[in-house]
Design a binder for this molecule. Structure first.
Ligand code: 5AD
Ligand code: SF4
Length: 463
């Protein structure tokens, strides 16, 4: 969501003459978009800001702005700790940025703006026109709703992003259409709980929204995140079958395998219900990839509770997992819960859990060896593949893409199957999987699928 917000910031500042630059030294304005989800993320913000103090001394006209969730949470306390910061703006203040920065430019004042509003129209006005990029992207995030009403006891989101508010479907569809024109082929629709999209506002339901996005010409793939297990509906499960562009992957955060802990987390489902939903997904959508988030060391989590989480991992066999050590967040009720787990114990539990999951991730990847997968190529792989033959550099160009089930596959463009001048970014390529590693796969292209998705204007779209 922060990646998406940073793009909105980039867009809204363009008319004021600000352009992205990769060098701090030449920048007139540095905006630090922050995350408060875990303590570690917040610590990083302050150490990064600390490092900017010297630069500000050397360049007193430099404007330093801090936005996002830490800005919303800490407000003017950021200025107290970091006096070289000129602007603190909250999660709902993005639209006011040009005005705030103009004031700082002319008055050389410092400003804190952490006001929140629930009016989504404000937010819509920036999303319409896509960014004009030199190197167009193949995949993009699109926020469909902001805020959250669930109040899980460990979580800061409802406190820093406010109440759940959904965007209008027309506006979302318009934004996706605009992105497709720039070369985007896959969108990930974002919300804290996409299943409740539009409910409060009486708009389209989430599966209806997906069906509308599915109609967009030139778009190949749709993903979404995150779905709350308590609200995962049969309609959404059917959407995986009915909508050809919806990828066969769901991220369904379970957080814990223990009913006692789930209750203390205020997750509003139990282990049995979660497993029932997994069963339904697997029965209705064969081969669906399932990933999850897990927190270890929630206050009061006993060894037995933790074992239940491990057992759930064994029972479900997730494709992959994001696992985190619990950390106290200001305003989140669990910060005041008793029986905190020691840092060492949390570290040990995290390691045990990751080791177990590694076994299942590798196992799932190994099953794919020998099979053919359709990849959407996202770009050149960072890893260079050495060539003995200096003249055939294209022969050893390594591309990277993802399967529908969100697994990263690298492959070498070999002369035998694909002409060397074909730029594969943004194309669907049929790849035979040859090797499985724990976090990626290596494949060999069988063929590019020219007929699969023939696009208007395809020729002009280059990597
Ligand atoms: N401590 C650790 N992990 C957390 N998450 C959210 N809040 C906390 C916290 N206080 C994790 C959850 C969530 C993911 C985005 O971050 O697993 O799904
Ligand atoms: Fe946080 Fe729970 Fe909302 Fe997710 S559903 S953002 S974990 S409060």
């Amino acid at each position: 969501m922060n990646v998406y917000d940073s793009e909105q910031i980039e867009k809204i500042l363009a008319p004021s003459g600000y352009k992205m630059n990769s060098s701090f030294e030449v920048a007139d304005l540095i905006i630090v978009n922050t995350c408060a989800i875990r303590e570690k993320a917040e610590q990083k913000v302050f150490s990064f800001l600390g490092r900017l103090a010297g630069l500000k001394r050397r360049k007193p006209n430099l404007i330093i702005g801090v936005g996002g969730c830490v800005a919303q949470q800490e407000g003017d306390k950021i200025m107290e700790r970091m006096p070289h910061v000129d602007l603190v703006f909250g999660t709902h203040a993005i639209l006011r940025l040009p005005y705030l920065i103009e004031r700082i430019e002319s008055e050389r004042c410092s400003i804190v703006d952490v006001e929140m509003s629930e009016i989504i129209e404000e937010f819509e006005s920036i999303t319409e026109s896509p960014l004009d990029r030199i190197d167009p992207k193949v995949t993009s995030f699109v926020t469909i709703m902001r805020g959250c009403d669930n109040f899980c006891t460990y979580c800061v989101v409802p406190h820093v992003r406010g109440r759940e508010t959904s965007r209008f479907p027309e506006s979302i569809v318009g934004e996706v259409r605009g992105l497709v024109k720039t070369g985007v082929r896959e969108v990930t629709l974002l919300g804290q709980n996409v299943n409740s999209y539009g409910k409060k506002e009486n708009l389209n339901s989430f599966p209806q929204l997906l069906a509308r996005v599915n109609e967009i010409d030139g778009l190949f793939r749709i993903r979404f995140t995150t779905s709350h297990p308590k609200d995962l509906s049969d309609d959404l499960i059917s959407a995986f079958k009915d909508l050809d562009k919806l990828c066969n992957h769901i991220h369904l955060p379970v957080q814990s395998g223990s009913n006692r802990i789930l209750k203390r987390m205020n997750r509003k489902y139990n282990r049995e219900l979660y497993l029932e939903k997994i069963g339904k997904l697997r029965n209705n959508c064969p081969g669906i990839a399932i990933t999850s988030d897990i927190i270890v060391g929630f206050p009061g989590e006993t060894r037995a509770d933790f074992e239940e989480t491990l057992n759930l991992i064994k029972e479900v066999e997730f494709d992959s997992i994001f696992a985190f050590k619990y950390s106290d967040r200001p305003n989140a009720p669990a910060a005041r819960f008793a029986n905190k787990i020691t840092e060492q114990e949390k570290k040990d539990r995290l390691q045990t859990l990751l080791n177990l999951q590694e076994y299942f991730t590798t196992k799932k990847n190994r099953v794919l060896v020998g099979s053919n997968e359709l990849l959407l190529v996202e770009g050149l792989s960072k890893k260079k593949v050495d060539s003995d033959d200096a003249q055939s550099k294209y022969q050893y160009v390594q591309w990277t893409g993802r399967t529908e089930t969100n697994k990263v596959v690298n492959f070498i463009q070999s002369e035998a199957t694909i002409p060397r001048d074909r730029i594969l970014k943004g194309k669907i390529v049929n790849v035979k999987i040859e090797k499985a590693y724990s976090h990626s796969l290596l494949g060999k292209p069988a063929q590019v699928e020219p007929t699969l998705f023939t696009l208007k204007g395809e020729q002009s779209y280059a990597a």
